[in-house]
Design a protein. Structure first.
Length: 262
């Protein structure tokens, strides 16, 4: 099994600096892998009592049945994970407030490559870090997958995002979160986060909402933020090259459109 080696944070301790309102309904933060999972999780953690945060497991299909208590209506929890669409996951999330984080597939290719080439990720893909495979080839593998080792972009987005559309799930774009974090002093940011955090049953943001969001979104608290990935730094471009953009469109036609990126 692949392993993710990331530093821990102190957000449980920081949580105590703020007055918390108990959850009245379970909330699950779902995400396509490499779409800002830690960012959205850490922001939400600043608005929920620690004892109502489900830290026992990052919930995915292989362990779902062992962690159904995370979704129990009688003991509401905030939980998180990469839960692909299936009959088991749909049934488990019945009655649960469900938020799904997505990202522009063009940028996702870069983020996934950056993660796989770091020492933060350890699994069966060490060959990628050998220096015998070019960055461009790695980008292609992020799009088309690696035989018997890594799924394709289309498979990941199909089962982790597109299949959930139209079923009452609240879709959140990574880019929107980043934009409003960068413009936190603007009225639009307050409106945005008020809507986002309404998932928790919060109807009016507390007066210290900006401080909470700044604490939760601090990149130093995320072990998987770009600058916190360990190991050799490969030269990953800031923008996906045009040929790889065409490959994404070839591999997953209409994907960006259905997610609202066109």
């Amino acid at each position: 099994m692949p392993r993710v080696i990331a530093k821990s944070d102190n957000l449980n301790e920081r949580n105590k600096e703020f007055t918390q309102t108990p959850l009245s309904q379970p909330v699950f933060l779902n995400s396509v892998p490499k779409c800002g999972t830690h960012l959205i999780r850490n922001i939400f953690r600043m608005f929920v009592p620690v004892e109502q945060q489900y830290h026992q497991m990052f919930i995915q299909i292989p362990v779902l049945q062992q962690h159904l208590q995370a979704f129990a209506p009688t003991s509401p929890k905030l939980s998180w994970g990469h839960l692909l669409f299936s009959d088991d996951s749909a049934a488990a999330l019945h009655g649960v407030k469900h938020l799904l984080m997505v990202r522009d597939p063009y940028d996702w290719v870069l983020a996934r490559a950056r993660f796989f080439l770091s020492d933060t990720f350890q699994g069966s893909l060490e060959n990628l870090k050998s220096g015998k495979i070019s960055v461009e080839q790695v980008l292609n593998m992020m799009i088309f997958g690696i035989y018997q080792k890594a799924p394709t972009l289309s498979e990941i987005y199909t089962h982790n995002a597109v299949s959930w559309l139209g079923s009452g799930v609240k879709i959140v774009k990574y880019e929107d979160v980043i934009f409003h974090l960068q413009n936190l002093d603007q009225p639009a940011a307050k409106n945005y986060f008020e809507d986002l955090l309404s998932t928790l049953g919060i109807t009016t943001l507390p007066e210290d909402w900006e401080t909470r969001i700044k604490v939760g979104s601090d990149r130093k608290q995320s072990g998987t933020a770009r600058e916190n990935l360990s190991g050799k730094k490969f030269e990953i471009p800031n923008e996906l090259p045009d040929i790889q953009k065409q490959m994404v469109d070839y591999a997953a036609p209409n994907l960006r459109k259905i997610l609202g990126y066109e």
